[in-house]
Each structure stands twice: as structure tokens, then as C-alpha cells.
Write a protein that binds this ligand. Structure first.
Ligand SMILES: Nc1ncnc2c1ncn2[C@@H]1O[C@H](COP(=O)(O)OP(=O)(O)OP(=O)(O)O)[C@@H](O)[C@H]1O
Length: 230
């Protein structure tokens, strides 16, 4: 599988400001990738462009080996009024009941399965929403701040576990957490603002797995490289 852009440009209809300017990169193979950059640089716009896959057929974007792209974002709501556990039961394919249970435990959500979505905290809502996506079929999943409001310690358990459990899938993780993207991602696409005359760059991350020891000096180096890229 590969996600490749060769000179992608994008401007919202009616706007004079170009959001994506000549973006080129290639991400090859499954794994956890990040999209990083300052607020307003175009991360969400880029993600949404990718999900409108059909519109991109005449664009310089290639996705060989990627048929299904899912996009999930922070503060997305679960539809309906049922208890969240019942909702997951309904959307879960019969052969993924084991995976559902595993994810509920991993995401520490057993105690709230009988609650309605509106009764959950924001971090619980984001975790619950992410589970319903992970139960679906996909090749590439875009996580747009999907773990916002989840505490650092739990995120550091969840991220490597998702990487290992879905090792044959591709993830694009949009996050403002510099340390997290540097530690857990295979490559980080740093989007630069067109007005600053800097090109967007792909930077190698540490791609840490669970139980791995943090190499602090390597982490510092990657974080510095990312910061200097925009
Ligand atoms: N529907 C729209 N129409 C016109 N301009 C838009 C639209 N949506 C976003 N923009 C503009 O596009 C630019 C990029 O926005 P986008 O949401 O993609 O940035 P971002 O990097 O995801 O930001 P953040 O990190 O704050 O979420 C911003 O200047 C924003 O104002």
C-alpha cells in the first residue's frame, strides 16, 4: 500500500488563500504516520481531501493498495440514543466480537458501557467513537485529533496497541502532540505554511512499540527536526 502526492494543490471554492501548495510525498507500507504542523496550516483540509477519494482521481494523488479510507475526528458524535455498549454491539460484525471486547478493555471503557454517549466525558466519547471505526473494514484510517482529551498515560498505552493490533493497516494521525508523533510514528509529514516559503517534509519518527524504552536523545533530535521544519 502507498499514499503518494505529487504536487497537490488545494484552494477552497471562493477563497483566495491556497491551503495546500505543491505538496509532494510518498508513504509506503502499513504503519503509523503523522500529519503535523501549526494550527490552520491545512491538516484537516488535507485529510478531508483524501477521504473524498473519487474527487482526487484527476489529482496528483495515488493510493495503490488502499481501497477504503475512514476519517474520524475529535468531538465526532455517536448517532442514536442507545447505551454506548448496545451501539457497539449493533455496529460490530459477528466475527469481531473478540476484537470489540479487547478494544473496550484496552480503552478502559467497561465501566461506561451502560451510559448514553452524552453522559460520557469528552475523552471517553473520543475513545468510544474510535472503537466503532476500528471495528469496520479499512485500509487507511485518518485519526484527526481522535485521542484529544484522553490523558497522556492512556494514550501511550492505546497508540502502540493500535499499531500492533492493526499492523497491516495504514494510519494517518493528526495531532498537535510533538512528543507523541516523534515517539510513536514511523514518519511525520510536517506541513509548512505556503506563506513562509518552506516546503512540507517527511521526517522519520522513532516508531516505538509497547514496552520499548524511550531513547531520550533520539527523541529530542526528532522533535527538534520537526520543530525546525515549519
Ligand atoms: N470550508 C472552508 N472554507 C474556506 N476555508 C476553510 C474551510 N475550512 C478551513 N478553511 C481554512 O483552511 C485553512 C486550513 O484549515 P484546516 O482546518 O485544514 O487547518 P488545520 O491545520 O487542521 O488546523 P488546526 O490544527 O487548528 O485544526 C484555514 O486557514 C481555514 O480557515
Amino acid at each position: 500500500m502507498r499514499l503518494e502526492c505529487n504536487g497537490l494543490n488545494f484552494t477552497y471554492p471562493g477563497s483566495e488563500i491556497q491551503v495546500i501548495d505543491n505538496l509532494s510525498f510518498s508513504m509506503t507500507g502499513p504503519g503509523f504516520y503523522a500529519v503535523f504542523g501549526p494550527s490552520g496550516v491545512g491538516k484537516t483540509s488535507f485529510a478531508r481531501l483524501l477521504t473524498r477519494h473519487a474527487d482526487l482521481l484527476d489529482q496528483p494523488v495515488k493510493t495503490p493498495g488502499i481501497d477504503t479510507i475512514l476519517y474520524t475526528y475529535n468531538l465526532e458524535r455517536l448517532p442514536g440514543w442507545a447505551a454506548v455498549g448496545r451501539h457497539l454491539d449493533q455496529v460490530c460484525p459477528p466475527d469481531r466480537q473478540g476484537l470489540k471486547k479487547e478494544l473496550i478493555a484496552l480503552f478502559c471503557l467497561e465501566p461506561v458501557l451502560d451510559a448514553r454517549f452524552s453522559q460520557l466525558s469528552m475523552g471517553q466519547q473520543n475513545r468510544m467513537n474510535l472503537i466503532r471505526y476500528l471495528l469496520q473494514d479499512f485500509d487507511l484510517m485518518i485519526l484527526d485529533e481522535s485521542l484529544a482529551n484522553v490523558d497522556e498515560k492512556l494514550r501511550q498505552t492505546i497508540l502502540p496497541a493500535i499499531k500492533e493490533r492493526f499492523a497491516h493497516k495504514m494510519f494517518l494521525y493528526i495531532s498537535h502532540n510533538l512528543m507523541e508523533v516523534a515517539r510513536f510514528c514511523k514518519e511525520i509529514l510536517v506541513l509548512a505554511e505556503p506563506s513562509r516559503n518552506m516546503s512540507s517534509r517527511l521526517i522519520s519518527g522513532l516508531n516505538e512499540t509497547s514496552g520499548g524504552k524511550v531513547d531520550k536523545s533520539a527523541l529530542d533530535r526528532v522533535m527538534l527536526e520537526i520543530m525546525n521544519a515549519f
